[in-house]
Design a protein around this ligand. Structure first.
Ligand code: IMP
Ligand code: MG
Length: 178
């Protein structure tokens, strides 16, 4: 079957796996045995989080929250909360896990909301940090990131283009590279 879009390999599965293991070690070292609630942003971070969690050697609890901000391949600038965390946030140390930091609007809104709900500390880990200007009020940098990427639209390893391609094992650029 010919895919509807041109896809070009950007980061292959071996590099992803190596970096995710490294991130796991860095995060484990940072928390040094302290309990943390890992809050995974659905749906894009599901695959990354599944791999990352197995490299965390910490007392942790896993929760998810669904947010959406993209329509097609452009950020809408608005963040819709589609589901809330199920575990308590009040007084907890939260590690947010997302697929990609782009305009920074999603992380900023989620972090604001977690602090409003009483979180003791919120840190963030994203697989990809897109080199773009952040939106006004957007999160500028995550506490941990896997890879910096140029300002291209990527799919695979959880990331989608209108819900397609999340299952691809490698991260690919959608469309032409030039
Ligand atoms: P932000 O709010 O602009 O930082 O966007 C964050 C969200 O936009 C991510 O969680 C992704 O769901 C989505 N996103 C941003 N860039 C891409 C991309 O290149 N491919 C797929 N999804 C993206
Ligand atoms: Mg997402």
């Amino acid at each position: 079957m010919t895919p509807p879009n041109d896809l070009h390999l950007l980061i292959d599965r071996e590099r992803i796996a190596g970096r995710v293991a490294e991130l796991g070690r860095e995060i484990t070292g940072h928390y040094a045995g302290e309990a943390v609630t890992v809050l995974v942003l659905l749906n894009g971070a599901v695959i990354f989080a599944a791999d990352l969690l197995r490299h965390l050697d910490l007392p942790l609890r896993l929760d998810t929250m669904a947010v959406a901000s993209y329509h097609g391949t452009a950020s809408s600038g608005q963040v819709n909360f589609r589901s809330a965390p199920k575990l308590p946030v009040d007084g907890r140390r939260i590690l947010l896990v997302d697929d990609i930091l782009d305009t920074g609007t999603t992380l900023a809104r989620v972090i604001e909301r977690l602090y409003a709900d009483g979180a003791a500390e919120v840190r963030s880990c994203v697989l990809l940090d897109k080199e773009v200007a952040r939106a006004a009020g957007g999160t500028v940098r995550a506490d941990w990131h896997g890879f910096r990427i140029p300002p291209v639209f990527v799919v695979g390893y959880g990331l989608d283009a209108d819900e397609d391609f999340r299952h691809l094992p490698d991260i690919c650029v959608c469309g032409s590279l030039d």
